[in-house]
Write a protein that binds this ligand. Structure first.
Ligand code: NDP
Length: 291
């Protein structure tokens, strides 16, 4: 690889953050006599989902958090899933809940996600938490956007006044991320399919001091579109042959960027740690409410 950019090593950052959280959990155990108990509710058990859940479990164990994977059969109805969520909501021994994606077709993910109590919403995707995030009133932040912010923070570059361009405006990545960047006083542009169709993507990407791409199309962003010295974060995960790759031409972009994330080994490992951080924040909010 000929890149001149500094590679943002997500695995190394994840390790540092995990060590910090491990110390925090030990402190919480002393203060409150317990540790966060998180439950991941999975409908069906496709191998990709199980592999991701396994990485969550290992991370939780390392940090000292109790992690439970609750697998429901693939034909579980929406009503049944909601009743499981309600039961977990009312169990004071459970501090964080997530619904594993993807869910089967009979389940409306958004509808069910809103049944997770805001105080136990591990992924920060309940409408209440999204609203609070917009107002800067919650510490429970959607995991992937939170991971992107940690990676940017690790560069030491301040966002204030920078041109930040986000490509992709999904509910779980692009939209919440744009709010987090705005909260740091970046000037934020959000691009999507219509931006590409209007032929404006190259121009926006080329203006980015900080570029974050979350689309899911291998090689969508060409290396020579990148502004010299930009911070480049690739969220995309695309299966190519037996491996995975991001949305950005890594080698070429790396010759122009100042910092760049690899895929794999960039955003992914940090995202899992952010899930644990949300679990710890949820635990703290619930313990403080009892006092
Ligand atoms: P979605 O499919 O929900 O959203 C994709 C977004 O990309 C949409 O906003 C869409 O715009 C936009 N888009 C599609 N085509 C183009 C184009 N040609 N030009 C510009 N924008 C385009 O995906 P997610 O946000 O869930 O995930 C995005 C990627 O990030 C995926 O590869 C996913 O696997 C990965 N991911 C990685 C995570 C990690 O932790 N590393 C976590 C979550 C996701 P429109 O709506 O207008 O069509």
């Amino acid at each position: 690889m000929n890149a001149t950019a500094h590679i943002l090593d997500g695995t190394a950052l994840a390790k540092k953050l995990k060590d910090e959280l491990k110390k925090e959990v030990a402190r919480l155990k002393e203060t409150f006599g317990g540790v966060p108990h998180l439950v991941n509710v999975m409908v069906g058990s496709d191998p990709g989902s199980c592999a991701y859940a396994n990485s969550q479990k290992k991370t939780a164990e390392y940090i000292g958090i109790k992690y439970e994977l609750k697998i429901l059969s693939g034909d579980t109805t929406q009503a049944k899933l909601i009743s499981v969520i309600k039961e977990l909501d009312s169990d004071s021994g459970v501090h964080g809940i997530m619904i594993h994606k993807p869910v089967p077709d009979q389940i409306d993910y958004r509808a069910v996600a809103n049944y997770v109590a805001p105080s136990k919403d591990l992924e920060g995707i309940n409408v209440t938490n999204i609203g609070k995030m917009m107002l800067g009133q919650t510490r429970i932040i959607p995991c992937t956007p939170a991971a992107v912010m940690e990676l940017i923070r690790s560069t030491g570059v301040k966002l204030r006044g920078k041109e930040a361009v986000v490509v992709g405006h999904s509910e779980i990545v692009g939209k919440p991320l744009s709010l987090l960047l705005l909260a740091q006083d970046a000037t934020v542009t959000v691009c999507h399919l219509a931006t590409s169709q209007a032929g404006r993507l190259v121009e926006h990407v080329g203006s980015a001091d900080v570029l974050v791409v979350a689309v899911g199309k291998a090689g969508l962003i060409k290396g020579d579109w990148i502004k010299e010295g930009a911070i480049v974060i690739d969220v995309g995960i695309n299966k190519v042959g037996s491996g995975i790759t991001g949305d950005i031409e890594f080698e070429k972009a790396g010759r122009r960027a100042s910092f760049i994330t690899p895929v794999p080994g960039g955003v992914g490992p940090v995202t899992v740690v952010m899930l644990m951080r949300n679990g710890i924040e949820a635990f703290k909010v619930q313990q403080e409410a009892k006092r």
